[in-house]
Design a protein around this ligand. Structure first.
Ligand SMILES: *Cc1c(COP(=O)(O)O)cnc(C)c1O
Length: 366
């Protein structure tokens, strides 16, 4: 606290990111990074971009990257916005589409979801209301068909990993459209949903003009360190995002990020292979944890949300600490309904085997 802080800064409650440990020896399963490297074509593009042209500002319209994304997802480049990680895109979307001030209707999101949503609402002074998940942690979409200031959902949800069908998403969008409000669908983990489920709202963004889909390259494109994310929606929504960005910083993506991200988007094949491996590991680890007596929430993401068997008498916090002691870092959220759960990022098979073995030892020791 400082006397020089204005009331805005005093009243913020910033997001606390998962730990990035200095110790290299830890098995890091705490921030949903991809355990596999980015496509070799990305590294090649980054090396090529590291040249004398760095003296020049990057393309403020991010044309090459937006065209690559538009081509991959079958939309027009005017329907694509890109930014410095999807966190930035989400922050801009809150600023562009949700009203600020206590006289406005609250924006709705689940009580258990991405913990950055209340932070963005706080930053912009947007009123919000959280809607409890059902006892099985699923989202009852009927709860979102009420008069509100708009809705944001993560699909699959984080940290539960449970996904909603496109039909359910469309129903919420249809309701909101009647009241001229928007639905933001944060699809950070959609590439890890089982193939063929068709869960993304992107193919429907021409008919759902009040829906903004937000993606990140941090998880499924192995590029958390590059900072790249994007949104797809109607051209008018994208223009709204540009108005916020250009009132803040015209160059949120640098030359390296623009080149590397475009190369990643173009190399769909490489990432399909990598993420198929992660899905297979997720299924295997889920059954192994269930065999140990864990309660495992069925996940469509690159993480598993699970709680230790009650008979072990070990709390979520204690299991987190015991794993850390043994060199495995997972994520524990000290929040009322989920305090006995851990969120475990899916890593390489060998690392997951170490994790499973240590879990078994800890449970049996009790
Ligand atoms: C990781 C994550 C993001 C942010 O990703 P960045 O692109 O790295 O900023 C957004 N939403 C959810 C639900 C996430 O888990």
């Amino acid at each position: 606290m400082s006397v020089y802080w204005n009331s805005r800064v005093k009243n913020l409650s910033p997001y606390v990111p998962g730990e990035q440990p200095r110790e290299k020896k830890l098995i890091k399963l705490n921030t949903n990074e991809n355990p596999y490297p980015p496509s070799p074509l990305v590294i090649q593009a980054l090396k090529k971009a590291a040249d004398d042209d760095l003296r020049l500002y990057p393309d403020p319209a991010c044309t090459e990257l937006r065209e690559a994304i538009a081509g991959r997802y079958g939309v027009k480049p005017e329907q694509v916005f890109t930014g410095n990680g999807s966190d930035e895109v989400l922050a801009f979307a809150f600023g562009a589409f949700f009203e600020s001030g206590p006289d406005h209707l609250p924006v709705l999101f689940p009580d258990i979801s991405y913990s950055f949503y209340p932070v963005y609402a706080g930053l912009w002074g947007i009123p919000y209301k959280t809607i409890p998940l059902a006892d099985d942690f699923s989202i009852d979409t009927d709860n979102y068909k009420i008069i509100s200031g708009g809705v944001i959902l993560s699909n699959p949800n984080a940290p539960t990993g449970i996904a909603l069908s496109v039909d359910r998403i469309k129903q919420i969008a249809g309701f909101l459209k009647k009241n001229k409000k928007i639905l933001i669908v944060d699809e950070a983990y959609i590439d890890f949903a089982c193939p063929g489920e068709g869960l993304s709202i992107i193919p429907f963004c021409n008919e759902c003009v009040n829906v903004l889909a937000v993606h990140t390259l941090s998880k499924s494109a192995s590029l958390a360190g590059l900072r790249a994310g994007f949104a797809i929606g109607s051209a008018a929504l994208i223009e709204g995002l540009c108005r916020i960005r250009d009132s803040f910083n015209s160059y949120t993506m640098d030359r390296l990020a623009l080149s590397g991200a475009a190369a990643a988007i173009r190399d769909e094949g490489y990432y399909k292979t990598v993420n198929k491996k992660i899905i297979a590991t997720r299924l295997r680890v889920s059954s192994s944890l269930a065999a140990l007596g864990f309660k495992v929430i069925p996940s469509q993401a690159n993480f598993i949300f699970a709680s230790p068997p009650p008979s072990s008498g070990i709390s979520g916090q204690a299991l987190y600490a015991a794993l850390r002691e043994k060199g495995v870092l997972v994520r524990h959220f000290n929040k009322p309904r989920i305090t006995d759960y851990l969120r475990i990022t899916i890593g390489r098979d060998a690392d997951m085997d170490v994790f499973l073995q240590i879990c078994g030892e800890i449970i049996r020791r009790r």
